[in-house]
Ligand binder design. Structure first.
Ligand code: IPE
Ligand code: IPE
Ligand code: MG
Length: 249
């Protein structure tokens, strides 16, 4: 790590009020490749370097949870050869990076309809999750075949069937009930959302969980994103006043 990074890192930790949970929409990989006259997958491959650096940096800062939007439930609508290139890249990356994740005390988890991913992805994912499950550092939460509306539908179905079975009374359903039936049940809500490549939308990501999340959008494309931008986003977050509907005393 550069001395300069070390300095910023210490300053951020000193200021306190770090986000517990950071969520990132890693966007702009295709455009990055296009700018270079390359195939889209070249951009996605380059994006893995950004992931590695950001995971390291978040772990070193003592962030509790980092949720990365890797593949949305809508991304299946892309051309099949692009989808399969992404699935292969996912497998290859998990294979290659698991050793490093283990050494860095990172605990990998996943949200999304994992059972609909190709078998070979499920297998390597389960392996990484299992191998890292006893780590105590950063939780790296991968959103894979994830869509927030689908997640909420699933939660509603499960709650409804619990009511049908008499396990639950309808008038006892509250916000906590909904939260507890989402993939993120045991995680705090994101404090900070980062989206790269200047797009100003949520793209079906953690809609329920981000009711009061602070949003930071950068025009940097994901393959160019490095820890310095993560530090910028966090520094900006630390200077904000989160009111949650209240007024300042
Ligand atoms: C986001 O990068 C990653 C995935 C959806 C897999 P994109 O592939 O959407 O890149 P752009 O937005 O087209 O540049
Ligand atoms: C969101 O990016 C999904 C991921 C980053 C995995 P997209 O590129 O799919 O989002 P839209 O289609 O531009 O909203
Ligand atoms: Mg995109």
């Amino acid at each position: 790590m550069h001395d300069q990074d070390k300095e910023v890192q210490e300053r951020l930790i000193q200021r306190g009020n770090l986000p517990r949970h950071i969520a990132i929409i890693m966007d702009g990989n295709g455009r990055w490749a296009k700018q270079r006259g390359k195939k889209r997958i070249v951009g996605h491959r380059a994006g893995v370097d950004s992931v590695r650096d950001v995971v390291r940096a978040a772990g070193e800062l003592g962030i509790e949870v980092l949720t990365l939007y890797v593949f949305s439930s809508e991304n299946w609508k892309r051309p099949p050869q692009q989808v399969s290139a992404l699935m292969n890249l996912l497998k290859e990356t998990l294979d290659k990076e698991t050793k490093d994740l283990l050494e860095n005390n990172v605990r990998v988890r996943a949200i999304g309809k994992i059972e609909q991913l190709p078998r070979f992805c499920q297998k390597v994912l389960q392996r990484t999750i299992e191998l890292t499950s006893r780590n105590s550092g950063l939780i790296l939460n991968l959103a894979l075949n994830y869509g927030s509306r689908g997640e909420i539908v699933e939660a509603v179905r499960r709650i409804a069937s619990e009511v049908e079975n008499g396990e639950y009374r309808a008038n006892k359903i509250g916000e906590k009930t909904i939260s507890a039936h989402l993939f993120t049940a045991d995680l705090p809500d994101p404090d900070l959302l980062i989206r790269t490549s200047a797009e100003m939308r949520l793209s079906n990501f953690l809609l329920w969980q981000m009711a009061y999340t602070e949003i930071w959008v950068t025009d940097i494309l994901w393959p160019d994103f490095r820890r310095e931008y993560l530090y910028q986003a966090i520094e900006n977050y630390q200077s904000r006043e989160r009111r949650f509907g209240k007024v300042k005393e």
